[in-house]
Design a protein around this ligand. Sequence first.
Ligand code: ATP
Length: 515
Amino acid sequence: MAALPALAPESGQTRPVLELRDVTKSFGPVKVVDRVSLELHAGEIHALVGENGAGKSTLIRVLAGDHIPESGEIILAGRAVRFAHPAQAMEAGVGFVHQVPMFVPTLSITENLFLGVPFAKGKAGLIDWRAAHRIASDDLARVGLVVDPRQRLELLRPHERQLVAVARALKRNPRILVLDEVTASLSEPEVRILHEVIQRLRYGGVAIVYVSHRLEEIFRLADRVTVLRDGRKIATMPVEGQTQRSIAELIVGSSLEHLFGRRSGPSPKSASKPVLEVRGLSDGKLRDVSFSLARGEILGLAGLGGSGRTRLLHMLFGARQTVGGEVAVDGVPTKLASPADALRCGIALLTEDRQEDGFVQTMPIWQNVTLPWLSRYRRNCLLKPATERTTAVTFTTRLAVRMPGIDAQMSQLSGGNQQKVLLGRWISGSPRILLLDEPTHGVDIGSKGEIHEIIRGLASEGIGVVFASSELEEIEALAHRVLLLGEGKITGEYRGIEVSKDRILHALLAERGKD
Ligand SMILES: Nc1ncnc2c1ncn2[C@@H]1O[C@H](COP(=O)(O)OP(=O)(O)OP(=O)(O)O)[C@@H](O)[C@H]1O
């Protein structure tokens, strides 16, 4: 889909709907947003890009009233505003979908959609639940999600929750919509649906701020792009006339020659003994999944949301019970009844939803790295914190984590840096089999290439890697072989030069067509 022309000229003939003037915000002595100015016009899609920790989310949180800036102005439709609370921003017509949307997982989808919005009342002033569920279904249909709104939100997969968050932001018909990494866990066909929704809003005159590390999406969607680096604005410019590489280089501030078009080398010799063999794995949703993984092989799992990729990885980590099937690790039949079993066999899993089961916000970074491997740091029943810290420093340095220090809490890190810490955690345990669900979720373009190199390096040491990714570029760049999953079954396999994003996209769209 080519970028469509903006409704509003960017020459300044129309008054911007939103202006940020010299906004500055610090945490302690560190300025994370430094005199940033930005103009947003009605009908414009304005991309905001930058490395992990560049200050994008902080800027958005200033706009939302979550953070109070030290200085600077926010001008909304010509009037200076200062929101003390996110509700005020929403009332003023600014909708947000944050990287980690606020939900009450134990409530129904309908209740989550109506959080902060009055329910329709029936006779006697009671909530008209039938009407509320009907409205909720319509809200969900707006973003292409067909689920029963009466079910608890926690039963949805992360990508479905993300779409609920977008539907909720649209409920108030905002004039400005800010989307922070909304497609990070969506597969390509789901991204397309969401982009259509965004395009429709833009043509309705809504101004959109779109934060993403996926530069390809920015070229499809955005009219202008603003690049932040180290909290400062580097440039605002039309997307037209730029290339992915030129923007990537502005983001990191140096040449990125080595990052583009890099692919994994040839598969390891098929004669090499499988490190993992899976036969007939089933659980009601997954059906008869069989494959083997050679030492040093990088196996990609591709599929739509709900196809079973995450479910399969969780089963291999013992985090989900199977009802049938066999698993052998290094030729030894193995029962993976719990994550402890998996860890003992040298199987590690990086989960898709880092907030949910990935880390402890209030613990220091170093403890988050060593948490699953504590038994290795114990001598005579006592832990060895100095060794733990050394390991944590080694792996966070290897992954170039940007952090105030190894003792900082995880909650003080930007989303992409949290992801890197978690990857460091699993690599630090020297696993035999590494399971990765969306390994570069929220990670910036420069770090993504580095993480791919690290994964290739681990594979070349003989580790077997199985990864699921909704980014087809990532699958193309990393996988020696790809399994396509559809509705819990393996529906296709590509290897070597057959692994191409176009071929996989074609297969996914065909899968979607069956819905
Ligand atoms: N509550 C906090 N206390 C201290 N530092 C913080 C806090 N929140 C964010 N930071 C720091 O502010 C900087 C900017 O973070 P921010 O989340 O805005 O980055 P970002 O550009 O959105 O990154 P990402 O792409 O990884 O989401 C980071 O260095 C982060 O560690």
